[in-house]
Design a protein. Structure first.
Length: 596
């Protein structure tokens, strides 16, 4: 009989040597027979073998592949551990090998893991999975893959150059993108006429009558967002997204882009103003919305903030096309990356966003919520506060049975179920949504007008948040002289560095940074949108107090009574339509269609 020696860690080897020496000395002193000595050595070997099994298994189950390690090196490490354990009569079965390989991969391989595990994991073979992982690593190193990233970087660089940075860069960072460290004026190209040798502002000063009409956008917005919005206007899908005009204007500090002007207003305002619409008309509208999602995903862009307010009508015609806006939270999709940033608007947020692990499937969920609202008039997951809304989303009780669902076609309900599937893997894609039978011309969508109660609920939902914000603003205004808000008043002054009486996005970002905040750009954008009641693009003093004062102080009974009195101009104890209209128009929060 021979002993088969095994590989041990340093501690196990040292302990074994000490125990072996003690056993030999003890056997000599006690004059044990050869058989007894052999039995003791065998037991000692078995005990040490068990220790080594535990050591190797612990090492195997906690193994993680460092980003700096190649897949080949990582596979060699795994196979070595498998072999060592097999030699100790502890064979790792095929399914467990696959699971150990997948769990040891870094986060950048998450999308690949999801794709592999869509099928039954018990059918996967270790060598096949290893080959797929190696192929993925090679693909990432491939010249074509690097070229895609380079094109995105160049596009972003181009957009960044349009963001008002000095055109004569000197010792700037432009050389990092392969550009010259300095640029003479003769090489600069005018945005207006396309000729070299002068700046846009020089050309503009000679041609003052060429000012096009439209919305002028200050380019202090995020460069990634501008780049995303530009890329989603390529030929073939340009109709889906609000595009950047070729016109741009420079002043001493900024480059101003002229955006396409959408005269028709918000999509839901048009629907409400019409007074009625059919399921078939809803399908036609929704087809355009899904086209936007499909176009974005086709271009490698995730919108991340799809909601009715971000869909505008190009003109006031009956059949005006729809365009998407507000790409401030959008990002380029990096294959294999799972995103963890909490973004979006409460009612339209997918459950995986709340779980901080999501991909482009969240846009499909948001579109599904819009379809639900189109057909029922209220969101599928409702709550009075964001916390209640998020709780409802996570619980996922989707109602497709109560009024008016019995009168809605099965095709529409089937599409909603597939778009609001809780598991992103099971959720329908934008391409599949466009191919859904209900989305086709001549589908089973009814021509009959949708129940008027749906339109009524849609109106209520449309106005609810605006009215609530206005009421809180009225309360905050009445508290402007109270002792308890002196600290907030001081904070407002510190953030409003130019003493204009309003806080711009840049001032908010800088002010929060001085206070030690580490909020991301999307989070700061969401703060601005939440606080900017009148959608002016800045936060005035009263809006700031409304947003920062503790809510229970604002909602005390005496304050609510004061807010009611503000609306009830004639002290009748009721708020009439005219009184509500007057209050909302006073704060620039709605037109006649919104109030109706």
């Amino acid at each position: 009989m021979t002993i088969k020696w095994i590989e041990m860690d340093g501690n196990a080897m040292a302990n074994f040597h000490l125990a072996l020496a003690d056993e030999v000395l003890s056997s000599i002193e006690e004059k044990k027979t050869t058989k007894k000595i052999w039995d003791h050595l065998t037991k000692l070997y078995d005990a040490t073998s068990l220790h080594n099994k535990i050591f190797l298994k612990r090492k195997l189950y906690t193994l993680r592949m460092p980003e700096s390690t190649s897949v080949t090196e990582h596979l060699n490490t795994l196979n070595t551990l498998f072999s060592q354990l097999t030699s100790l009569s502890c064979k790792i079965e095929e399914q467990e090998r696959v699971e150990l390989l997948l769990q040891s991969l870094p986060d950048s391989y998450d999308q690949l893991i999801i794709n592999l595990t869509n099928s039954n994991i018990t059918s996967l073979v270790f060598d096949d999975v290893a080959a797929v992982v190696l192929q993925e690593e090679n693909r990432r190193k491939n010249k074509e893959y690097r070229q895609v990233n380079l094109q995105q970087a160049e596009a972003l660089t181009t957009m960044t150059m349009m963001r008002g940075r000095s055109t004569e860069r000197g010792q700037s960072n432009s050389h990092k993108h392969g550009r010259s460290k300095s640029r003479s004026k003769k090489n600069l190209k005018c945005y207006n006429c396309g000729k070299k040798g002068h700046l846009k502002k020089d050309c503009w000063s000679l041609n003052k009558n060429s000012n096009p009409q439209g919305n002028t956008a200050n380019t202090s917005d995020d460069g990634d967002a501008l780049c995303c919005e530009a890329l989603t206007t390529v030929e073939g899908i340009k109709y889906t997204c609000k595009s950047i005009s070729t016109s741009a204007y420079e002043d001493g500090k900024n480059v101003h882009l002229v955006m396409e002007l959408c005269w028709g207003g918000e999509l839901f305002d048009r629907i409400i103003a019409k007074g009625s619409y059919s399921e078939r008309q809803a399908a036609s509208i929704f087809r355009q919305i899904v086209n936007v999602v499909h176009a974005c995903h086709f271009m490698g862009v995730m919108h991340r903030d799809l909601k009715p307010a971000n869909f505008l009508l190009v003109n006031k015609d009956e059949n005006s096309p729809i365009k998407a806006t507000d790409f401030g939270l959008s990002i380029f999709i990096e294959e294999g990356t799972m995103y963890r940033e909490l973004v979006g608007s409460a009612y339209y947020v997918a459950p995986e966003v709340l779980n901080r692990r999501y991909g482009k499937e969240i846009d499909v969920w948001s579109a599904g919520v819009i379809l639900y609202i189109l057909l029922r008039g209220v969101p599928p997951f409702y709550g009075e506060t964001d916390k209640e809304i998020f709780k409802a989303i996570l619980e996922g009780n989707l109602d497709l049975k109560s009024h008016p669902w019995p009168s809605i076609s099965e095709g529409a309900k089937d599409l909603i179920r597939k778009m609001l599937a809780r598991c992103p893997k099971k959720r329908i894609t934008s391409t599949e949504a466009l191919d859904h039978p209900w989305m086709k011309e001549g589908s089973d969508a009814s021509d009959k007008p949708i129940n008027t109660a749906v339109l009524s609920r849609l109106k209520q939902f449309r106005i609810m948040n605006k009215l609530k914000k206005l009421a809180l603003k009225v309360i905050a205004e009445s508290l402007s002289s109270e002792e308890e808000i002196k600290g907030l008043k001081h904070m407002f002054k510190n953030i409003d560095t130019d003493r204009s009486g309003t806080i711009t996005p840049d001032e908010l970002r800088d002010g929060l940074a001085r206070l030690g905040s580490k909020l991301t750009e999307p989070e700061i954008k969401q703060l601005m949108e939440a606080a900017d009641v009148d959608s002016s693009g800045t936060i005035d003093y009263i809006e700031f107090i409304t947003a920062t004062m503790h809510r229970h102080r604002l909602e005390r009974e005496e304050n609510i009574v004061e807010a009611f009195k503000f609306f009830d101009k004639d002290n009748s104890g009721f708020i009439t339509r005219d009184e509500l209209s007057q209050a909302m128009m006073q704060y620039g929060m709605g037109d006649e269609a919104t109030i109706d």
